[in-house]
Every structure is written in structure tokens, then in C-alpha cells.
Design a binder for this molecule. Structure first.
Ligand code: NI
Length: 276
């Protein structure tokens, strides 16, 4: 199943900073991904290396994860490298960014039934600086139908053309990975409910947010980020809100092998995108 963006979708992305795609992969792939997610989150894949962590909590022992995430899930489920979702997102990223666009990051997100924390308003750029323009894109795919009741994505239309807002760690707590933007004007808020296998695309400067999951089922989402290769790594260290970060995931990463120690240093200086 091949899919590319229509001229209207491309125009909407550049004008408003996001676009909603009703279908980017097949029902069969969505069913397989749901099973893969359940395996990965059940065994807390990557926890010891800091790849799995609570986006909205402190990873304290014995405390249920409010919004668990897994960075680089294909490290733990290699078949994820060959999804229809990845192929279609790659083709669309080239439409939006040019032929040199390539995958730069991926993460799996789970909001548990009835207690998934909301993902606060933020701009992905706040995690990592970049060159001008919308040159890092996030494709966020829903693995079940999503709406305002179970945590669909909301965007501020046109925020791709506005300033980078000041951010802080959620609740001002340096132990929490997630960031929240300050002073968001929600006047041009647009919700993007989707069927399973649908996706949103947003630029790194676009303000976005996801509600808590109030439903009785987990809300699973899979994000792929595409960018243009840069001369120097993406780095958010210049932003004051990234200077005090002190998350348990970084401590776990430091304790892991040498490769992951390098990864932890990268995270400290060039914090990876997250997202909801
Ligand atoms: Ni985000």
C-alpha cells in the first residue's frame, strides 16, 4: 500500500504546520504493531538502558508509569525497520523536505487505560535546536481510533510561523523528561481525531498537545521523525529549560554499556525529540 501527500495536504502543512492523514498503513500492519507494543511494554524493553521511561513521571520504583515511551523501538523489535508506515512516511517526508530527508528518530508511546497523563502543549524544537524552517517532521500514527476522549493530537494552527515559546519541564520538575510550553494561546486549536492506521504530520516548530486517555483501553501511538542530515548534531543545550534536566532514564543510560553512555551524553547535550 503506497501513499503520498496530495498537493492540498502539502499546502496545508506549510500553511498551518500540520496535516492529518486518514490512512498511512494497512489494518494488518496496525494489528501486528499492537501486538508488538504489548510485548515491548509488558517486558519494559530498554528500561535498563534508558530507552524506556515515563514521559510524564519520575520513573520512581513501584510507581505505575503515567505515559511510558520507548525510544528506538526497532532496536528491540527489528521488524519495525520494514513497516509500510515507515516506507510511506519516508516518501511523504521527501515530498515535504526534499530528497535527502531521512529517518532521525522513532519512538513508541503508550497511554494506559484511564490513567494516561495528558501530554502538555509543547514545540518539539524545545527539546532540540535545529536550523530554520520545519526541517524535522514527526509522523504520529494511531494504533486504534483516537479522539479527544483517548488522547488524539491537537495542534495550534499557524504556530509553525510563530515564535518558539519558553518551556519548562512538566510541573517544573527536572526529574521529568517531558516539557511544557508557557503562555500558549489556544485560540486556533484544532483537534485531529483519526481512525486506526491514520497519522498526523507536524513540523518541529508547531505547537501540539494530546489529552489524557480516559478510555478503558490503552492508547498506542508510533512516531517516526524525519530530517535533513545536519553538519552538527541537533542540540537543545542552548535552551535554559534543558540545563537542569536530571532524569532517572539518564542515570540508567549512564550505567549501561559504553555505547549507551555515549547515547546518554548525546541526550544531555542534544536531547532527542519526544513526543507524545
Ligand atoms: Ni511533541
Amino acid at each position: 500500500m503506497k501513499k503520498i501527500l496530495s498537493p492540498g495536504e502539502i499546502a496545508q502543512f506549510h500553511d498551518q504546520g500540520f496535516v492529518c492523514i486518514p490512512q498511512i498503513t494497512t489494518a494488518e500492519e496496525v494489528a501486528w504493531l499492537r501486538e508488538a507494543y504489548d510485548r515491548l511494554f509488558e517486558r519494559r524493553a530498554g528500561w535498563d538502558k534508558g530507552d524506556m521511561f515515563d514521559f510524564a513521571g519520575t520513573d520512581a520504583p513501584g510507581v505505575a508509569l503515567a505515559a511510558p515511551q520507548l525510544s528506538f523501538p526497532s532496536r528491540y523489535e527489528p521488524a519495525l525497520e520494514n513497516t509500510i508506515f515507515r516506507a510511506n512516511a519516508s516518501a511523504m517526508a521527501k515530498q515535504l523536505l526534499g530528497a535527502s530527508a531521512q529517518l532521525v528518530f522513532e519512538h513508541a508511546m503508550l497511554k494506559p487505560a484511564r490513567n494516561g497523563a495528558p501530554t502538555p502543549w509543547h514545540q518539539d524544537e524545545a527539546f532540540y535546536a535545529s536550523k530554520g524552517g520545519n526541517d524535522v517532521l514527526t509522523f504520529w500514527m494511531a494504533l486504534q481510533p483516537v479522539d479527544a476522549h483517548n488522547g488524539c493530537m491537537d495542534f495550534i494552527a499557524g504556530s509553525n510561523k510563530g515564535p518558539l515559546l519558553a518551556h519548562r519541564r512538566i510541573n517544573g520538575d527536572p526529574r521529568i523528561h517531558g516539557l511544557e510550553a508557557l503562555g500558549v494561546d489556544e485560540g486556533r486549536r484544532v483537534s485531529c481525531p483519526l481512525p486506526a492506521g491514520g497519522a498526523t504530520v507536524h513540523g518541529y516548530h508547531t505547537l501540539h498537545h494530546a489529552n489524557a486517555n480516559l478510555s478503558g483501553e490503552p492508547r498506542r501511538a508510533y512516531a517516526l521523525l524525519f530530517g535533513i542530515p545536519q553538519d552538527k548534531p541537533l542540540s537543545g543545550e542552548a535552551f535554559p529549560w534543558n540545563r537542569d534536566v536530571a532524569t532517572a532514564r539518564l542515570e540508567r543510560a549512564k550505567k549501561a554499556d559504553g555505547l549507551l553512555r555515549r547515547y546518554a551524553r548525546q541526550l544531555r547535550t542534544a536531547a532527542k525529540a519526544v513526543i507524545r
